[in-house]
Design a protein around this ligand. Structure first.
Ligand code: C5P
Length: 243
């Protein structure tokens, strides 16, 4: 696709120059990688389904007054978004012990946490996204204390909304990752949700069967990733029963 200028290419998405100033086009690729890039695969159709799931979630968030970069979906793999100045953090919210936290602290996967926990990771491919504290973030100027407060408030509101959304369709929201950016409007600046929210960036377990309906199917070589993502989309009413 060389009609437009490519602004950025990540592991799962490409950002192109948008049709108007202050906009970008976000393209969802089919590529799947693990955090340390030891594993890579192309899963046909993953980008299409993630584009739809992320559209659905961001549309709902916009509607309930949680600001996001999402403007509208353009086609099967692309959405129009607002250009923001990215904050170089991955913000993880955890409700149930799993993944990196379960390993790091020796906690059994599946333990319901006494309260939701927010963690920060510095976005750096070279360093494999090391975990950092609020002190690192403010000391190195990745975000100001006020911005970090705004980021955490956003993360908690998103967790509340998503927990209820998924619970309603028989899915437990174990954890998820978000990324935020600064949106400048005149002389105003606010922190908004950017990137995507999809089964690539969430842990989603079926309440009844405990089946994993997320990217752990790829990380743990369980197979059936696309089927699981489609099941999430079906339950949310994004695709029809026979798709
Ligand atoms: O690996 P970890 O347990 O820290 O992941 C926590 C949550 O953040 C998971 O839902 C995972 O899918 C998501 N995540 C992500 N991108 C990363 C690291 C984690 O979307 N680079």
């Amino acid at each position: 696709n060389n009609r437009r200028r490519r602004i950025y290419e990540g592991k799962g998405k490409i950002l192109y120059e948008g049709p108007e100033p202050g906009t970008l086009v976000q393209f969802f690729k089919d590529d799947a990688t693990t955090n340390n890039k030891t594993k890579h695969a192309v899963i046909d159709g993953k980008g299409v389904i993630n584009n739809r799931i992320s559209e659905f979630i961001f549309t709902h968030l916009n509607r309930i007054g949680i600001p996001t970069h999402f403007i509208r979906r353009l086609n099967m793999r692309e959405q129009l978004i607002r250009e923001v100045e990215m904050i170089p953090l991955e913000i993880v919210v955890r409700n149930v012990a799993a993944g990196d936290m379960a390993t790091r602290l020796g906690i059994e996967e599946g333990l319901v946490l006494p309260r939701s926990i927010i963690e920060f990771y510095f976005k750096s491919d070279a360093l494999d996204d090391p975990m950092v504290s609020e002190e690192h973030i403010t000391a190195f100027g990745w975000a100001s204390p006020q911005e970090l407060d705004d980021v955490m408030a956003l993360a908690i509101r998103i967790n509340d909304f998503l927990t209820g959304l998924f619970l309603g369709v028989g899915i437990q929201l174990v954890d998820f990752k978000i990324e935020c950016g600064r949106l400048y409007e005149g002389d105003m600046m606010r922190i908004i949700l950017a990137d995507e929210i999809s089964p690539d960036s969430c842990r989603l377990w079926d309440i009844e069967t405990r089946e994993k309906l997320d990217k752990d199917r790829f990380r743990q070589d369980l197979g059936g990733l696309l089927d699981a993502y489609q099941e999430v989309a079906r339950r949310l009413g994004i695709i029809s029963e026979n798709e």
